[in-house]
Design a protein around this ligand. Structure first.
Ligand code: HDD
Length: 702
């Protein structure tokens, strides 16, 4: 029995839901109960297994259904996962739009959000270096509104006609289908060099933005320029922003690479676990608005998707909140079959002449036909929750909605299902005056490609800049054609001579002697991800490992575990063996994993309680020792007590880890917190920094 709900989309989907379990017998697709699901009907006796019979309608149905289980994966963004949620406004935007979803503060609009990577196939790993998709489908009272965005605010190309080229260049190469889930290859960087308009996006994808810690910890951007139309018919151009409550955080590259193999589902599990635990991820929703008459006031063209609208010039106005609060029940019908279209807008919202958006409006609508067939809009995940009557859109493969009545055209003699006047909510396109030559061209302002790329690079912190240099060095190291890595390195001299020189040295390109474009040090707001830290450092949903073996100190173990859990952290006991680990004081703890079952990379921090287990188990186990070394290398908070202190000190090879004297609070160094004596009994955890900054805040002693 479906549970009663006030969520309109959940109620809608429940009409099509059945549930595994209970006393209902197993049946065929046509409803006949099955008596023996394990044997094909065949000629057989006790001594002989004879031929299987084609007559077996039950076996044939089962095999046929299996043979056709797969549908084409998305041509890009094939790897992804999603969740349901709600959108609420805390401020009406009625001064700029008539859209109910952006003006009615009493509404809770149900939504579905799908996150994705771009390059890899459906089965590729989550933590690859890539752009992340951020596609939102809002089931509004006036129809579905899709924002098909990314976690990076700009795009590679300006004109949609180049999309097949940029995607072909990044996808596995055509002759050998290599590499999977990577942009580190000749064709990608060849294309990037050949199109200097990609220079800005290159900086973003080589930054830490392309290796997020979690889908919950990244921004979402609509990227394209849309329009909002108010009741007076006035138009504002708009860009959509989603800013995560948890802040923006990234993995470090070595960690990301390892997680690809250690847990390819890292991000999708992270999202599901947080929602299951009731820690619902939230994003503030904001608008950047430019009144129509101001569109020519900028040195860039606001319709160019390779440019951001600098926040100094166009501030973000936050008006709402998006929350994810429900996992899907079944992946295929609720995520794989989700179909987003940039062309799905509702009254009060309109397109712009953004040349990338215009092409997208054709492409998404079109691609769903090869993935799902012409009736994809009827699938439960895609259909609207408001009443709808597409009078003339009938038939086609896999039609399943039944429309009663004798007419399927307009006008009809009954005046059945008449069109709506604008005052009744009918969609009217903004009546824009158009005049011009028919040409294959873009306006002149689209020709400038480097200013914002430089500003992005200049705005990064020193550590972020180092990461960019390392990322370019990794990528170009994987290009074996000297033409590709040499030319691309040269291009970097139009951003920063230092960056170009470092990369040239690493990848074996010629060291550039002069900058290709003067860098005047221009910086801007909102580009460095360090600007997006939560107001107060929090540890909620952070994964923290406690390493224990036989002989560990039970008191400090439980104090730390309970304190961390009380603050919403996910705490895991990693033990020498999962059969049980015995504390010095006799208690037995059953670890969640044993040393070899997990890796430090899958956790945000590690704690080692004191006790004899350090000598008995940890010091004798290479994996446990490496856990500490690797955590340190990945800049993670490490804490240890008593006997654990010299153990930690040894693994990280630090001579200046400061150690408090017996009974007093511990001290910290490089994100390592250690302490001797009675401290364990009064251990409290307060602030925790994100894993790339403020690491030493992790454990605070009172
Ligand atoms: Fe796209 C999927 C985001 C440019 C053509 N795109 C897709 C998805 C996201 C984006 C998040 C996955 C949707 C899902 O989860 O199902 N794409 C973007 C952004 C772009 C962009 C932010 C730049 C502003 N895309 C873009 C262009 C074209 C496409 C210029 C073609 C002209 N994109 C597609 C597609 C996909 C797609 C081929 C594959 C699967 C799908 O649409 O539903 O049509």
């Amino acid at each position: 029995m479906a549970t009663k709900t006030t969520d309109a989309k959940l109620a809608d989907m429940q009409k099509d839901m059945v549930e595994v379990g209970g006393k209902q017998h197993m049946t065929t697709d046509y409803g006949v109960k099955i008596s023996d699901p394990d044997h094909w009907l065949r000629v057989a006796s006790e001594s002989r297994t004879g031929p299987s019979l084609l007559e077996d309608q039950i076996a044939r149905e089962k095999i046929m259904r299996f043979d056709h289980e797969r549908i084409p994966e998305r041509v890009v963004h094939a790897r992804g996962t999603g969740a349901f949620g709600t959108f609420k406004l805390f401020e009406s935007a009625e001064d700029v739009t008539t859209a109910g979803v952006l003006t009615d503060t009493s509404r809770e609009t149900p939504l579905f959000l799908r996150f994705s990577t771009v390059q890899g196939s459906k089965g590729s790993a989550d933590t690859v270096r890539d752009v992340r998709g951020f596609a939102v489908k809002m089931y509004t009272d006036e129809g579905n509104w899709d924002i098909v965005g990314n976690n990076i605010p700009v795009f590679f190309i300006q004109d949609s006609i180049k999309f097949p080229d940029v995607i072909h260049s990044v996808k596995p190469e055509p002759h050998n289908e290599v590499p999977q889930g990577q942009s580190a290859h000749n064709n990608f960087w060849d294309f990037q060099y050949m199109h200097s308009e990609t220079t800005h996006m290159n900086q973003w994808i080589m930054s830490d933005r392309a290796i997020p810690r979690s889908y919950r910890m990244m921004q979402g951007f609509g990227v394209n320029t849309y329009s909002l139309i108010n009741a007076q018919g006035k138009r504002h151009f708009v860009k959509f922003h989603f800013t995560p409550e948890l802040g923006v955080h990234s993995l470090v590259w070595d960690e990301a690479l390892k997680i690809c193999g250690q847990d390819p589902d890292f991000h999708r599990k992270d999202l599901m676990d947080a929602i299951d635990a009731g820690h619902f991820p939230r994003w503030k929703f904001g608008l950047q608005l430019i009144p129509e008459e101001k569109m020519d006031d900028f040195e860039f063209d606001p319709l160019d998707a390779t440019k951001v609208w600098p926040e100094e010039l166009v501030p973000i106005r936050y008006i709402g909140q998006l929350e994810l609060n429900r996992n899907v029940d079944e992946f295929f019908p609720q995520t794989e079959q989700a179909a987003f279209c940039t062309s799905h807008i509702v009254p009060g919202i309109d397109f712009s002449d953004d040349p990338l958006l215009q092409g997208r409006n054709f492409s998404y609508f079109d691609t769903q036909i090869s993935r799902l067939g012409p009736n994809w809009q009827e699938l439960p995940i895609n259909r609207p929750v408001c009443p709808y009557m597409a009078l003339a859109n009938r038939d086609g493969a896999m039609k399943h909605r039944i429309t009663k009545g004798t007419v399927n055209y307009w006008p009809n003699r009954f005046e059945a299902n008449p069109p709506a006047e604008p005052s009744q909510g009918g969609f009217v396109s903004y009546p824009e005056k158009q005049q011009g030559m028919k040409l294959r061209a873009l306006s002149d302002k689209f020709k400038e490609h480097h200013n914002q790329a430089q500003t992005f690079y200049n705005s990064l912190s020193e550590i972020e800049k180092i990461h960019v240099a390392k990322a370019f060095s990794f990528e170009l190291d994987h290009c074996d054609d000297p033409v590709v890595y040499k030319r691309m390195t040269e291009r970097l001299a139009s951003i920063s001579l230092d960056l170009a020189k470092t990369v040239a040295m690493n990848v074996g390109a010629d060291t550039p002697s002069k900058a290709l474009k003067e860098n005047k040090g221009q910086k801007a707001k909102g580009l460095s991800q360090l600007e997006y830290l939560p107001e107060k450092p929090i540890i909620v949903t952070r994964r923290i490992a406690i390493l224990v073996g036989d002989g560990f100190d039970y008191a400090s173990y439980t104090t730390m575990k309970e304190t961390l859990q009380s603050q919403g952290a996910f705490v895991f006991t990693i033990g020498a063996q999962r059969q049980g680990v015995k504390a010095e004081s006799g208690e037995t703890v059953v670890p969640d994993h044993h040393f070899n079952g997990m890796r430090s990379t899958l956790f945000d921090a590690v704690f080692v309680p004191g006790g004899k287990h350090v000598a008995n188990a940890l010091s004798k186990n290479g994996v446990a020792k490496f856990w500490i070394t690797e955590s340190f290398a990945h800049l993670k908070p490490i804490a240890g007590l008593n006997e654990a202190v010299p153990f930690i000190e040894k693994q990280i090879g630090l001579s200046d880890v400061k150690v408090a004297s017996s009974g007093t609070a511990g001290l910290e160094s490089y994100g390592v917190v250690t302490g001797y004596g009675e401290a364990a009994a009064t251990l409290k955890v307060a602030n925790v920094g994100p894993n790339s900054k403020g690491l030493a805040e992790m454990f605070i002693w009172h």
